[in-house]
Design a protein around this ligand. Structure first.
Ligand code: ADP
Length: 484
């Protein structure tokens, strides 16, 4: 059905593509951040803990052992000086050996904790080594040594400096541990704030997405409802039109046949075959025939309207010379115009090419209607002028056009009626002259079917200009138009 194709034109509103994408992207970013931030934070905290557990704590333990060994070495040397026992010297030598074993391990751990600690350990080792060398070189007096000589033999001052260096290294290690613990705390607090902010942002975006989704769903539902309403309305209209068309077809068929027969009989009477008629009788028969023709005219117009509505009006396009077709239409109306005391004038430039690829009978029908209206609504002594122009300056749409205008100096049409006169069965209130308000409705529909239009300009009491617009199409061969 013709109307159904229009249903498809109705689309649900298309909400902006980005209005939903931005919050969604936000949610995804927030989720990604919620995933990545803990990983980064955990990585950093793990590294700091590892530094404490695998470097700082073992370093402190090793350093404590070095301090212990230094003390034992000192007491072993003292013991030797007092007892001269080789065991004491052995002990000292073992402690030194153990101390030397510790340094490489201690230095490896210290390397993980920064250059300053490495420096402290190096200083300790250098002082300790120096102390041991001095002890080795010391000329330890064999007997009856004075307390001064005893102190000197022990290299006490160097020993104390070594102990201080060990104390400094221990302090630095403790500082390194503390520093890392503080760092862990700082990272954890920052991460906590970041989680909270991300959570708030993610929550906001999720709410925005949910609201947008709800709105889109509502809009889609509304659009669907409206589509269904339009479909229902179109179905009803189509059914009503179909009903009306079949009613008109049945009615016109049933009425037109007896009317045709009645006209035939009246013709028979008028011809005198059934006996000569008196003047009054002949006049009456003529009136009967005019009434029958009027009725048949309405029926034909109704049929045209019905065909136009149901798409049953088929066009036969051909190359039509519009100048001669217009002259023919004017000739056809000349009798009626003469009866009204009017003359129809044609203004056309004979040199202009006025060929259009269109339906001759339909153009003739529209022109006939416009001319008969001009004659009908122009009291004598008025004028009716027909003009044909190729490509006039004010076309209804872009393209190439022929405009056939019918200008009369008749009664004119009130402004508010200018569009309504194209409605079916509409007549300007108080219209004189025979008519039933179908001619213009049919004319405009036919013109539009031909790709053109019928337009009107009018001034009440001064006259009207009706224009039939037809698109020009170049004809290449009998087959059809080359282009629009
Ligand atoms: P009708 O059969 O009544 O003429 P139309 O559809 O042809 O039907 O015209 C509709 C109405 O438009 C007419 O009844 C008339 O009032 C008005 N009309 C049409 N043509 C003219 C004209 N040339 N001058 C003034 N009024 C006109």
């Amino acid at each position: 059905m013709k109307n159904e194709s229009r249903v498809r034109i109705f689309r649900p509103p298309n909400p902006s593509r980005w209005s939903g994408a931005a919050p969604s992207a936000f949610v995804i970013l927030a989720l990604l951040a919620l995933l990545l931030v803990p990983m980064l934070v955990q990585g950093r905290v793990d590294r700091l803990r590892q530094e404490i557990e695998e470097s700082a704590e073992p370093s402190r333990a090793l350093l404590a052992e070095v301090q212990y060994l230094l003390a034992r070495q000192s007491s072993a040397v003292r013991g030797y000086l007092v007892t001269r026992s080789p065991d004491q010297l052995d002990q000292y030598t073992r402690f030194v050996a153990r101390e030397n074993q510790i340094y490489p391990e201690l230095e490896a751990h210290a390397a993980e904790l920064g250059a300053s600690i490495v420096g402290d350990i190096a200083e300790l080792r250098a002082l300790s080594m120096h102390w041991h060398e001095r002890l080795m070189l010391a000329d330890l007096p064999e007997e009856s040594i004075t307390p001064e000589a005893f102190e000197a033999a022990l290299e006490q001052e160097l020993y104390l400096r070594t102990l201080e260096a060990a104390g400094r290294a221990d302090l630095a290690l403790r500082g390194a541990v503390l520093e890392r613990r503080h760092e862990i705390r700082r990272v954890e607090i920052t991460a906590g704030v970041a989680y909270f902010l991300l959570f708030v942002v993610g929550l906001g975006a999720a709410v925005a997405v949910a609201m947008l989704n709800a709105r889109i769903r509502r809009l889609a539902e509304e659009a669907n409802e409206r589509r269904l309403e339009v479909e229902r309305a179109l179905d009803e209209t189509a059914r009503a039109l179909e009903g009306r068309a079949s009613l008109i077809r049945g009615f016109t068929h049933d009425v037109k046949n007896p009317l045709g027969a009645a006209d035939g009989f009246a013709d028979l009477l008028a011809s005198g075959i059934r006996g000569e008629l008196t003047e009054t009788q002949a006049e009456t028969v003529a009136r009967i025939r005019a009434a029958i023709r009027g009725a048949i005219e309405i029926i034909d117009e109704l049929l045209d309207l019905s065909r136009l509505e149901s798409g049953g009006l088929h066009l036969r396009r051909e190359a039509v010379e519009l100048g001669s077709l217009t002259k023919e239409a004017i000739r056809h109306q000349a009798g009626a115009a003469a009866r009204e005391g009017l003359e129809i004038t044609l203004r056309v430039d004979e040199n202009e090419d006025l060929v259009a690829y269109t339906d001759r009978d339909r153009v003739r029908q529209v022109l006939g209607n416009l001319l008969s209206n001009a004659v009908k609504y122009t009291p004598a002594p008025g004028t009716v002028v027909v003009a044909i122009h190729r490509n006039p300056s004010d076309p209804p749409r872009a393209g190439s056009w022929v405009a056939i205008s019918v200008t009369d100096s008749g009664v004119g049409i009130p402004k508010e009626e200018l569009e309504r006169i194209f409605d079916e069965f509409h007549r300007v209130p108080g219209s004189t002259g025979r008519g039933h308000g179908l001619g213009l409705a049919i004319s405009r529909r036919v013109a539009r079917l031909l790709g053109g239009d019928v337009t009107v300009r009018s001034t009440l009491g001064e006259g009207s200009v009706f224009v039939l617009w037809l698109p020009i199409r170049d004809v290449v061969e009998e087959g059809g138009p080359a282009h629009a």
